[in-house]
Structure formats: C-alpha cells, structure tokens
Design a binder for this molecule. Structure first.
Ligand SMILES: Nc1ncnc2c1ncn2[C@@H]1O[C@H](COP(=O)(O)OP(=O)(O)OP(=O)(O)O)[C@@H](O)[C@H]1O
Length: 239
C-alpha cells in the first residue's frame, strides 16, 4: 500500500544568518527513513541534529534541496499543505510546554484539537488511555504543578501520540525521565511502529534508546558521517 518512505531528505543544505554572518550548517544531507522504524540522530552539540529534525518536521522552511514528507515535497510547499501535514505528525520536545491551568488529561486532549471535531467524551477516553499506557493512570486529573518533571514529560509524550500520528519527531524525549519511564516511552514508540507503522525520528544521546534504534545516523559539522542500520531491516545489525 504505502511503499514510499514517509520522510526523506535529498541534497539538503541549510544556512542561518545573513550577509557576513551567514553560515552554512547543513551540507548535502541525504536520508530515507523506513515506515514504522525508529531512527535516531546523534552527534556533537552544534552538529545540526535539531536543524535536520525541524526541517523534516516542517517546522522550518526548506532553503535548498528536497524534503519529502508523507509523499509531499516541502520545498516551496504552501501553508495549507504544511498545516494539513502537521496534523499527521506528533512532536515531543524537551521543553514540554504543558498548559499549567489544565489537568494532565486536558493537556493530552489538546493534542486532538488540531483534528477538529472530535467528540469530547471520546477525546477524554483516548487521552486517559494513552496516559494510562504511559503509567499515569492515577494522575489523570493532576495539574502540571503537582507532577514531577518526568511525569510532565510523559504527559507531553501522551499529547504527541494521542492523535495517532504517522510520524513522531522527538528531541531528547527521555532526558528528564528515569530509567523505567524512559523505557516505557521507547517501548511504546516501538510498539506503535510495529502495530500501526508509526515512524519515529528522534534526537537523543540516551544509550538505552540507541540500543533499541533500528537506525543510528551520526551528524558532524552538518554532514552525515555514519549511518548504521539498513532501511529494509526491522532490526539494527549488531556489531
Ligand atoms: N536559530 C539559529 N540561528 C543561528 N544559528 C543557529 C540557529 N539554530 C542553530 N544554529 C546553529 O546551527 C548549528 C546547528 O545547530 P543545531 O541546534 O541544529 O545542532 P544540534 O546538533 O541539535 O546541537 P545540540 O545537541 O546542542 O542541540 C549550530 O552551529 C548552531 O549554533
């Protein structure tokens, strides 16, 4: 049915700044991600990981080269297309941006708002379900102020996943999590990959995730210098 890679970059270059200060930060990045896989971007600070993630996730305009997302070219895409594509994506960032006046469950329901008319009872049930899977079944009606950092991060993960996104983009999603919570999040992403074909692209330094990744792409100075794990394989080759 869907033989196309859900996300790919071809000859991707990117610059920040203007005039004298203009600086190229990505150089000819080529990447094709397999549906349902967990791909991890690693590399030193400043190597371009977040820039790649935000370009693939249509959070930044493509300046040069091509990004194909769910079969659509992002270079030159109009805002209507970008908006409709973003509805099919889930984002997990380190700064979890929860609404402080809303409960955990209400925050997760917000993740469904982009989908328009969702029955409130169904939305609430879906939010409860995902939060429970992430070990927060007894915290549904807590405000963020009464949750730990790790619990808040799991609420943010639930919010990203509740709408059944086709692709999840995550930037250090487990940094604030203890071992067990981190494992729960990764297990869930892997399971969604197997069962629903959800594709995850993640920036992380977390060794526990590297062990589970189907593919590890290493960036240095804006270039891919290593790419471990073939697109057609479900499991990363072990060395
Ligand atoms: N908004 C911006 N304006 C100017 N330069 C930027 C901007 N964002 C990133 N950069 C520069 O682009 C390069 C790549 O940054 P990026 O954040 O993508 O790297 P990273 O690998 O994600 O780093 P980290 O691991 O520290 O988050 C760095 O040199 C950074 O200083």
């Amino acid at each position: 049915m869907d033989h196309q890679s859900p996300v790919s970059a071809n000859g991707l270059n990117h610059w920040f700044g203007e005039g004298e200060a203009k600086k190229q930060v990505l150089f000819d990045v080529n990447l094709e991600v397999a549906r349902g896989s967990l791909t991890v971007l690693v590399g030193p600070s400043g190597s371009g990981k977040t820039t790649v993630l935000t370009l693939l996730g249509c959070l930044r305009d493509v300046q040069d080269g091509s990004v194909s997302l769910l079969g659509h070219e992002l270079h030159g895409a109009n805002s209507a297309l970008l908006t409709s594509l973003r509805r099919r994506l889930g984002f997990i960032f380190q700064a979890h941006n929860l609404h402080n006046s809303l409960t955990a469950r209400q925050n997760v329901v917000m993740g469904l708002d982009v989908h328009g008319n969702v029955d409130p009872a169904q939305a609430s049930a879906a939010a409860s379900h995902v939060l429970t899977l992430l070990g927060l079944g007894d915290r549904l009606d807590y405000l963020p102020a009464n949750l730990s950092g790790g619990q808040k991060q799991r609420v943010a993960v639930a919010r990203a996943l509740v709408g059944n996104p086709d692709i999840v983009f995550a930037d250090e999603p487990t940094a604030a999590l203890d071992r067990e919570s981190g494992a729960t999040v990764v297990d869930m992403l892997k399971r969604l990959g197997r069962e629903r074909g959800t594709t995850t692209v993640m920036v992380t330094h977390d060794n526990r995730i590297l062990d589970q990744a189907d593919r590890i792409v290493t960036l240095e100075d804006g270039q891919i210098v290593d790419d471990t794990g073939a697109i057609s394989k479900a499991g990363r080759p072990r060395d």
